[in-house]
Each structure stands twice: as structure tokens, then as C-alpha cells.
Ligand binder design. Structure first.
Ligand code: FAD
Length: 507
């Protein structure tokens, strides 16, 4: 008798562990055929770059190697998902389609809806499994803690299980070679993205590097090792937040009170866990309101008077603003795909508050140079750092002060702006004109003041104040979410006011 087949549609979830699609196929006693599509609509999107394509390429390559060890394989295709699913269905009339939920940009949002409709037409049973605490379609924010408990904290990550695949399916999958894609030159500075590396990175962070997390993630000199460096893996799904959270909990449980390093470990790991919560907090916003890819979350900040001067945009993008730390960060990002939170916030704040560039204008370039590009975090952080959310403090990072605070010896700046190699660090840090280096493209203080005045004028208006309460109620966080033993709040969440804490991930 021919066995029924489930297609596991691989998207941002190229992993074998903690895989609900494989577990469901096993539960229903189905053969599994994994399918990954390099989709032209995504490959050519303005927020996609070679860095991302390479990340997925590596992730799927790693998955294929893992599947082969289990005696199975994956179909790798080049084409739109619907088209490839239809083609596959004509050859292998699969009865089920399983996928992990993806909370992405408008393109993936519409594609997922179209795939669900196609399944209904074909009589294919389609099931999407959550891989975070984010609730499809939106959630009452008062219930987010509960979602975290029921999806992450109270659910043990699934182990790697056998993948049942008939010989015919395996042969069909093995015949699919990685498609030829537009040429890109992989860069050795790009962080590897595959399930094996995700596990190694987690183990290394929890066993060694994580001790320095607290206090270590602010400087671009230390964050490359003190940060978990799990963002690429969480973004592309080579590890799940559940796996990470449970590993941290186990690590905390085994801390020895007699060990003098334990208090530092505890502080660091708790600070790290709060970032995992922020991740879902921001992603939930995008899920609840996909339009925030295109417009600010707060209706009264949709007409901020940006200049959008193309010359300033190009100077910022190419690292030629005459502000050494801004230029170093932009060049470091272009080369490595990574920089720490504080530096990301600084270049965003600089672009919006000082160069007067719209956050929507800078979004595609920043997305492209973040190897860990994750729309839910990214779009919300852009808006937050641009000061258009309506209730967070408007923070303007002064790049000269940031340089003095976090790179006083000029190590980071000299690495990425080699023109400054021979200049004494003290001279760079003073913010004076430097030999063989452009003068600042605009003056910092007066430009920043002009924009913050404009933003505060909006904030003080009666219309903005009235709208803030509603936006906060829908999207604001209710309390700091860091604990490993979440308690039930005694009272309902406090009424929305603009001054309530809303974590932005700042360190
Ligand atoms: C303008 C801007 C854009 C950003 N865009 C992205 C993005 O596209 N993808 C991305 O993963 N992170 C983004 N971040 C958040 C943050 O800078 C990175 O997650 C972090 O620097 C990655 O380093 P790490 O893996 O060592 O993270 P850690 O500090 O070890 O944090 C662990 C994980 O928590 C999550 N996280 C960390 N900080 C935040 C935060 N502030 N808000 C929400 N989640 C957080 C990430 O998934 C991260 O991997 C952005 C920040 C800013 C200011």
C-alpha cells in the first residue's frame, strides 16, 4: 500500500531538532518530503541581500547533510512556493503540508495566505506550527506572559527523530541539485548559519563567553564575543527560541553558589533571557499589524518632516559621513553583517535625527547588511530608534560621545576606517577635523535639536496624546519580562500611559 506523504515546507526553520513538522508527520504515521524554495519574489526584494541568500543556502545545505545522515533528503527548488508545490503535487500527491509559522515581510505574509488558499483548493491538509510565543493574528497583550509559558517555558524542546521517507521520495529529493542563483561572493567574515554551528555557538556562549554578556555587549570591541551571537540562528531558524531558553534555564540551575563567578553568570544570563522576550514582543507587533512595515505604528508620526537628501543617504550608507564611529559601523556591517545593538541604534538614530532620513528610506539598506535580518525585530527597532513609536524616550546617540565611551582607544574605528590608522586615538575621540578624512556632512547638535523639537511637538499635541493610549494598549509591553518563574499578575495590566516602561532592548 502506498503511504501517505506530508511535505515539510522549509522556510526559516532549517533544523532537525525541535521540529514540530517532523513530529506531526511521525504522529500521523506519514512519510515526509522536505521542500525548500529559493523564491524569486524574495530573492529580488529590496530587503534581501546576498548575505541572506548565502545564510539560507548554508542553512539548507546543513539540513540536507543532516537529513542524509538519517537516510532522507530534501527537494531544493528555484521558483515561487505555490508553483513548486503544485508541480510537486502533480508527481507526489501529498495529503498534508506542514510548515512553521513565519512572521516576515509583506511578501511572505501574502505568499503564506496564497499557499493556505491553494491547499484548501487542492484538499491538502495544511498546518502551521508556532515556533515562538507570538500569536497569529494578534493577541491581547495581557496574555503574552501566558503565551510564553505555554509555548516556550512549559514545553520541552523536541529531540531529533527519525525521518520516515520512502526510497522513491529520497531518490526524487536527491536528484534536486542546489539551483544556480545570481552570483554572490561569500565572505569569510560572515557568521556561519547551520544547525551544527547554532548548537556550538549556544554551548560556547553558555559555557564560556556568556559570563561577560552583561557589560560586554555595549562596546563594538567586545560584543562580537560577549554577545550570544545567536541572532543569525534564531533569525533563520537553525535553532529555536525554545531550545535556547531551556538550555539557559538548565545552565542557571547548575550554577554553583560556592563559585565566585556564579553571580556574574546569573546576571548575564538573566539579561540575555530578557532579550529573548523582547524578540517575541516586537515580532508580535508585526504579526498584529503587518502594515507597520510601511507606516509608523503611531498614526500621528506618519508625516515627520524628513528631508531624505539622497547625498546624505549615500554618505551614511557608504560610511562617509565624517563621523568616524558612524562610518566604522556602516563599513563593518557591510563587511561582516553584524554589529551590536548599541551601534545599530546609533546609526539609525544618526540617520533619522541628524541626517533627517525617513526610517523607511534607510530600512532596506540596513536590512540587507544585517545577516540576522528579522523583520519583526528590525522594523520595530527602526521605528523606536527613529522616535516615532510615541511613548518611548526619544534617544539621540551622539557618535562622538559613543566613541569616547565605547572605543576610546580607537581600535574599532581604526579597523574599519583605515584612513585613520595613523591618527592618535585622542585626536579622533575629540571630534576635531582630521587629516585625510571628510569633515562632518552636517553639524550634529543643531540638526539633532531640530528633529527632536519636531518629534516633541507631535508628542505634545492633543491628537497624538489621545492616539497614544490606543496604540499602547494594542502594542505596549505590560511589564518587564525577565523572570524564569513567571508569577501571575495579581491585577490586570495598568491603564496605558505614555510613561510606562517599554523595553527596547537598550543595554
Ligand atoms: C535598528 C535595529 C535593528 C535591529 N535589527 C535586528 C534584526 O534584524 N535581527 C535581529 O536579530 N536583531 C536585530 N536588532 C536587535 C539586536 O541588535 C540584535 O539582536 C543583537 O545585536 C544580535 O546580537 P546577539 O545575537 O549577540 O544578541 P544577544 O544580545 O545575545 O540577544 C539574544 C537574542 O535576543 C534577540 N534580541 C537581542 N536584542 C534584542 C532587541 N533589542 N530587541 C529584540 N530582540 C532582541 C535576538 O534574537 C538575539 O539574537 C536590531 C536592533 C536595532 C537597534
Amino acid at each position: 500500500m502506498t503511504r501517505r506523504v506530508a511535505v515539510w515546507w522549509v522556510k526559516r526553520d532549517a533544523r532537525l531538532a525541535d521540529n514540530a513538522c517532523l513530529a506531526e508527520a511521525e504522529r500521523l504515521d506519514l512519510d515526509v518530503l522536505p521542500l525548500f524554495c529559493f523564491e524569486p519574489s524574495l530573492l529580488t526584494a529590496d530587503d534581501t541581500s546576498a548575505m541572506h541568500v548565502h545564510a539560507q543556502w548554508q542553512a539548507v545545505g546543513g539540513l540536507r547533510a543532516g537529513l542524509r545522515k538519517l537516510g532522507a533528503d530534501i527537494v531544493v527548488a528555484h521558483g515561487e512556493a505555490i508553483e513548486k508545490l503544485a508541480k510537486l503535487h502533480a508527481v507526489v500527491p501529498f495529503t498534508h503540508l506542514f510548515a512553521h509559522e513565519e512572521i516576515g515581510n509583506g511578501i511572505t505574509f501574502r505568499r503564506d495566505q496564497a499557499v493556505a488558499a491553494w491547499c484548501r483548493e487542492q484538499g491538502v491538509e495544511y498546518h502551521e506550527f508556532p515556533q515562538s510565543s507570538v500569536r497569529r493574528g494578534g493577541v491581547n497583550r495581557d496574555r503574552l506572559q501566558r503565551m510564553w509559558r505555554s509555548r516556550i517555558a512549559d514545553v520541552v524542546p523536541l529531540p531529533v527523530i527519525a525521518v520516515r521517507q520512502s526510497e522513491d521520495l529520497r531518490r526524487l529529493a536527491a536528484a534536486s541539485a542546489f539551483p544556480k542563483l545570481p552570483a554572490f561572493a561569500p565572505n569569510l567574515l560572515w557568521q556561519p548559519v547551520n544547525e551544527t554551528d547554532a548548537r556550538t555557538t549556544l554551548v560556547d556562549f553558555l559555557g564560556r563567553r556568556g559570563r561577560w554578556y552583561r557589560g560586554g555587549i555595549s562596546s563594538p570591541n567586545t560584543a562580537f564575543t560577549a554577545g550570544s551571537r545567536l541572532s543569525v540562528h534564531l533569525a533563520w531558524g537553525t535553532i529555536s527560541a525554545r531550545q535556547v531558553w531551556h538550555a539557559v534555564r538548565d545552565r542557571l540551575a547548575e550554577l554553583d553558589p560556592a563559585d565566585p563567578t556564579s553571580p556574574r553568570w546569573k546576571q548575564s544570563l538573566e539579561a540575555f533571557v530578557s532579550r529573548l522576550h523582547w524578540r517575541d514582543h516586537f515580532t508580535q507587533r508585526l504579526e498584529s499589524e503587518p502594515e507597520l512595515e510601511f507606516r509608523s505604528i503611531h498614526p500621528k508620526y506618519r508625516d515627520v518632516p524628513y528631508e531624505n537628501d539622497e547625498r546624505l543617504h549615500a554618505a551614511w550608507r557608504d560610511g562617509r559621513t565624517g563621523y568616524p564611529l558612524v562610518d566604522a559601523v556602516m563599513r563593518c556591517l557591510a563587511a561582516t553583517g553584524f554589529v551590536n545593538f548599541r551601534m545599530r541604534a546609533m546609526v539609525t538614530s544618526f540617520a533619522c535625527h541628524v541626517l533627517h532620513l525617513d526610517w523607511r528610506l534607510i530600512h532596506p539598506h540596513l536590512a540587507r547588511v544585517f545577516r540576522d535580518y528579522d523583520p519583526g525585530i528590525h522594523l520595530n527597532q527602526l521605528q523606536m530608534q527613529a522616535g516615532v513609536v510615541g511613548w518611548n524616550a526619544i534617544r539621540v546617540y551622539n557618535p562622538t560621545k559613543q566613541l569616547a565611551d565605547w572605543d576610546a582607544e580607537g581600535r574599532f574605528v581604526k579597523r574599519w576606517v583605515p584612513e585613520l590608522k595613523g591618527v592618535p586615538a585622542e585626536q579622533i575621540v575629540r571630534g576635531e577635523p582630521l587629516p585625510d578624512y571628510p569633515l562632518p556632512v552636517v553639524p550634529f547638535a543643531e540638526r539633532a535639536k531640530w528633529m527632536t523639537d519636531a518629534l516633541y511637538a507631535i508628542r505634545k499635541s492633543a491628537e497624538a496624546k489621545a492616539a497614544t493610549a490606543g496604540v499602547y494598549f494594542k502594542h505596549g509591553s505590560r511589564r518587564k519580562e525577565t523572570t524564569f518563574r513567571p508569577r501571575r499578575p495579581k491585577r490586570p495590566a495598568p491603564p496605558p500611559t505614555p510613561s510606562l516602561f517599554d523595553g527596547d532592548g537598550s543595554d
